[in-house]
Design a binder for this molecule. Sequence first.
Ligand code: GLN
Length: 548
Amino acid sequence: MTKYVFVTGGVVSSVGKGISAASIGRILKSRGLSVAIQKLDPYLNVDPGTMSPYQHGEVFVTKDGCETDLDLGHYERFIDIELTKSSNITAGQIYTQVIAKERRGDYLGGTIQTVPHVTNAIKEFMLNAAADQQPDVMLVEVGGTVGDIEGQPFLEAIRQMRTAVGRDNTYYIHVTLLPHIGATGELKTKPTQHSVRELRAIGIQPDAIVCRSDFAIAEDIKDKIALFCDVQRDAVIPMLTVNNIYEVPLVLEESGIGDLIIDGLHLDANPRNLGEWRAMVDRMANTRKVLPIAVVGKYADLPDAYLSVKEALRHAGVFHERDVDITWVQSEDIERDGAAEWLDHAAGIVVPGGFGARGVEGMVDAVAYARDQGIPYLGLCLGMQVMVMESARSLLGLTDANSTEFDPETPNPVIDLMPDQRDVSEMGGTMRLGNYPCQLMPGSRAAKSYGSETITERHRHRFEFNNKYRETLQEAGVLATGLSPGGRLVEIVENVDHPFMVGVQFHPEFRSRPQEPHPLFRDFVEAASVVLRPGAQPELPLAEEAQR
Ligand code: GLN
């Protein structure tokens, strides 16, 4: 029988609800319980795939090709699981389903209402996933903040879950913020009280309250919250702001949340067991050698747009005992000032995924700079495509080489629309999405990194390498070292005359874990750690350094 833990948020958004849910997942998994997790997003978009990164940050792609909320990235990294479409639903999807049923006549002439039709659809989404996956615990995070109008059907649905599956099988956690006033750091509980009152008006009495705070929470503050919000004293859980998100599972477990949930749900679980996680966090804290990496993109002012790339670089850094210090470089700044101005400090350069023509030429300049200077380069999706454009321009002399995404009339379309995309007119959910297998060329850098010749990676693109240019680029030293089975689609390119210049059509960043960096990021960071910048002090290769 699956038990449910519901996580809601109050007071403000961005309070750490997603990280809290992910951390609780890690805690329960470390106690030997099987965990599944879902995010319910109350906005009306069907998925975040068509939303601007400024609205939403990164779009996280699951292995089955769902474009989802970036919190799913936290869930995957913290819990070390691979999620699917059954882990994220939006109001847009729920309403689409309900209205389609109504059009089919499934409701037999009934009046369709938020309660029970919409709330039933939300409950079914949770119950079906639990029935399929049969986890010990299903964690459900409700997006947004209590009081949001569009969140109401979702809160009503999780309220009904207590009756549907039983009091002993449901546990409600409310995450709030304790703001402080003045230099004394005096913490205020009133917003938390109001937010819990709002929740109780809906019929949800939280079992525990996680209080995010920048200052230590004194005992009398905890007493006050327990009294006014009617929770047990030990169920007021402080969550102090930490430097490193991966500390949160440690902080929360320390505060007793694991025991509370396990007792509250009468679960049979192992004792606390975050030793390896703690060791990883300690390694992060003690890593002093800074490795400057430049990430060149169109949303450099919005690092959340590249959240998984940032995390994957950190994971690789910890593995090599390097504190990866990312400079977010706006590609349009490179167009204006030249690459050297923005990249001369970088030991490695990454161009992540992206869409649209803005700033693309700056990314091409970044590739040229990496190639000329021998700086390790990792291109992700669009980052591979600009690497191909730059190679064709510089190495083949095709100065007008481009992607038809940016110049539909280019005489040299080295990147072109995929054939099965030609008739696509709807924008939502129509890209080449999710897992596809890829065959690696034996002896290539990619094959060495992966330690295997068949791999599977997640995709999200419409354009591809144009095979007309494969041979000439190959002769110029840019090899297609990863191909779709059958060999038609180029998935990886490598410049063999460069210490590390790899572009991949997929998104390896989604599969990186703090305790197991992705092999391409791992080897990119290694290359960046040992390759010499002009004028830099020689460093030992990492392996030798480790032996000293
Ligand atoms: N815009 C490019 C394409 O659609 C790259 C996509 C991406 O980087 N995710 O193919």
